[in-house]
Design a protein around this ligand. Structure first.
Ligand code: ARG
Length: 477
């Protein structure tokens, strides 16, 4: 194509076409209004390609210089917002290439030697996603640190642990938060793993079969900081599994945030009153003046559905495609971009909502989650959270566990009918259920006694919780 032809590409691709594209088809097939966000990756990839072409004597050193000069100008035009994006030029790649040719002439037309938009777009998306994964990994780390900070202040705070949302056993609030730290640490591991497979170079695959030019693909990979090459050209241009697995990792991370959101929403309700989040993360009601609604956690829970939807979209996009590149793949971008945006925004908000904002005057973080320890403890005192401890007490005195379980069920029934806690039943009453019970039983019926007793690795005893915190601090340092 001549400069002129490329600029008016849609009027007819080449001499082969007898009529131009219709306006509707032009809009239907164009991607520039969303894929222009790949512009920096596109320029970076093109410069690495051009530099290799020159090193391999496929283009002249003067062509490379022209391309570099043109790309520098394009970069500043895009940054300044003066670059004119044209729908007629379909996508980010053709827009940048056309402008380059306009600026530097023949050198611009030589850039596409040994390359196709198929390997170009696959490279751009991988480069872009790799850098986004790095930002997401930083945010995941920040969120873990924020949670560990809150945990450290709440090792001795007790709340009821639930199963089936029924009071089960007392747990340390720190222990509860550290469960989320585990989840987010696995999310970070998954991101690191996805990054390795994303960070491989398709460029050099050309349209589908490789190229007749003596390209040095290793050199391009090195310039771009990529960890390897796609080893099969058909696969390199066509598979988007890296985008799918990223979206799967992002979905899981959002699911973890959604679970945490659900708990925050419950904990903030009047019926629990366990925590408060800063007012700036809540909204009022237009009709009920007393309301402070947890909109941010609710939206995070809602946006999780959106990200999981993108995973479904992307994986379905892939399933019917024969080798190699098909235009279907252009549909990978919007779900991928939105997944990245949603996850990053959500993580940023949660970092601040949990950990607070840095006050430059004091050097301290302020406005994070506020904990109502008394409300948590009062709730833990309802619902016979230490019933298992009483059973364990009897087992230690020699009763088989199943018998102990039955004995305690009777004790709980009695306490329920007296509307009191197990620890409030007089010793004589408790001894009526089993003669093995002695005065020391009250120690194990206390919340703190129950907590301290769970002193095995991974348990909720404060000693174990402190060990978890130390381990996370080392890992996150
Ligand atoms: N905009 C296209 C995409 O996102 C670029 C590749 C187009 N290649 C092609 N042969 N039509 O996938």
């Amino acid at each position: 194509m001549s400069t002129n032809q490329l600029d008016k590409k849609s009027e007819a691709w080449s001499a082969l076409f007898s009529e131009p594209m219709s306006e509707l088809v032009k809009r239907y097939t164009a991607s520039v209004f969303f894929d222009k966000r790949l512009w920096l990756a596109d320029i970076t990839g093109s410069l690495a390609h051009a530099e290799m072409l020159a090193a391999q004597n496929i283009i002249a050193a003067s062509d490379l210089a022209d391309i570099q000069r043109g790309m520098a100008q394009i970069r500043s035009e895009i940054e300044a917002g003066t670059f004119e994006w044209k729908l007629d030029l379909e996508d980010v790649h053709l827009n940048i290439e056309a402008r380059l040719t306009q600026l530097v002439g023949d050198a611009g037309k030589r850039l596409h030697t040994g390359r196709s938009r198929n390997d170009q777009v696959a490279t751009d998306v991988r480069l872009w996603l790799r850098d986004e994964i790095d930002l997401i990994s930083d945010l995941l780390k920040e969120l873990q640190v924020a949670l560990v900070d809150v945990a450290e202040k709440n090792v001795e705070v007790i709340l009821p642990g639930f199963t089936h949302l029924q009071v089960a056993q007392p747990v340390s609030f720190a222990h509860h938060l550290l469960a989320y730290v585990e989840m987010f640490s696995r999310d970070a591991e998954r991101m690191a793993d996805v990054r390795r497979r994303t960070n491989r170079l398709p460029l050099g695959s050309a349209a589908l079969a490789g190229t007749t030019y003596p390209l040095d693909r290793e050199r391009v990979a090195k310039t771009l900081g990529m960890e390897g090459l796609c080893q099969n050209s058909l696969d390199g241009v066509s598979d988007r599994d890296f985008a799918i697995e990223f979206t799967a990792a992002a979905s899981l991370c959002m699911v973890h945030i959604s679970r945490f959101s659900e708990e925050l929403i419950l904990w903030m309700s009047q019926n629990f009153g366990f925590v408060k989040i800063a007012d700036r993360f809540t909204t009022g009601s237009s009709i009920m003046p007393q309301k402070k609604n947890p909109d941010v956690p609710e939206l995070a829970r809602g946006k999780t559905g959106r990200v999981v939807g993108h995973l479904m979209g992307l994986i379905t996009l892939m399933k019917g495609q024969p080798l190699a590149y098909n235009k279907d793949n252009q549909e990978d971008k919007e779900p991928l971009f939105d997944t990245v945006d949603t996850l990053k925004d959500t993580l940023r908000i949660f970092c601040e909502m949990v950990g607070g904002q840095l006050n430059p005057a004091t050097g301290q973080k302020e406005g994070g989650i506020t904990v109502n320890a008394a409300a948590m403890e009062a709730a833990a005192n309802k619902g016979y959270a230490t019933a298992t401890d009483l059973a364990d007490y009897l087992v230690k005195k020699g009763l088989p566990f199943r018998d102990a379980h039955e004995t305690v069920a009777h004790a709980v029934k009695a306490a329920t009918s007296h509307n009191c806690d197990l620890s409030e039943l007089p010793l004589a009453v408790l001894q009526g259920f089993n003669a093995l019970i002695e005065k020391d039983v009250y120690e194990c019926l206390s919340l703190r006694g129950s907590l301290n007793a769970r002193n095995t690795l991974g348990g909720t005893a404060p000693a174990q919780v402190k060990a978890q915190i130390t381990r996370h601090r080392t890992r996150l340092a």
